[in-house]
Design a protein. Structure first.
Length: 131
């Protein structure tokens, strides 16, 4: 079902609301982060705090870890997942040395994925209509 045709109180409606909020948050953050200069993004707010690029990197790493948990949840009983050592991931990926513009672009590849998702869902829809 398309947005607007879904009961907002249903589980599907709830997912549509979450997806809409995700897109809105990503769009707003992407614009703000793209306007931020690399020199400002390299300012560490405190000796033990992550740089903005390290925080973006953490969001990327966290999404990757959550994705594999969804996949594992489908085949594991009982549910057990490997840990996520976020400090190690951020250090080993060396986000502090990453190009700010590339990192911000990588951090918002979700936009590209949404387009990819819509494309393939339209293919599924077309096949279901023919059946």
């Amino acid at each position: 079902m398309r947005k607007g045709l879904v009961d907002p109180t249903s589980a599907e409606g709830s997912l549509v609301s979450v997806a809409d909020e995700l897109v809105a948050v990503v769009d707003e953050a992407a614009e703000r982060l793209k306007r931020t200069s690399a020199s400002v993004a390299r300012l560490r707010p405190a000796p033990d705090a992550w740089l903005p690029g390290e925080i973006i990197g953490h969001l990327i790493d966290s999404a990757v870890n959550k994705h594999q948990r969804f996949v594992r949840a489908q085949v594991r009983n009982p549910l057990t997942f490997p840990g996520y050592a976020q400090e190690h991931w951020v250090r080993s990926q060396d986000y502090q040395s990453s190009d700010w513009t590339e990192l911000v672009t990588l951090g918002f590849l979700v936009e590209d994925y949404l387009e990819h998702l819509r494309h393939h869902l339209s293919q599924v829809d077309a096949q279901l209509v023919r059946s």
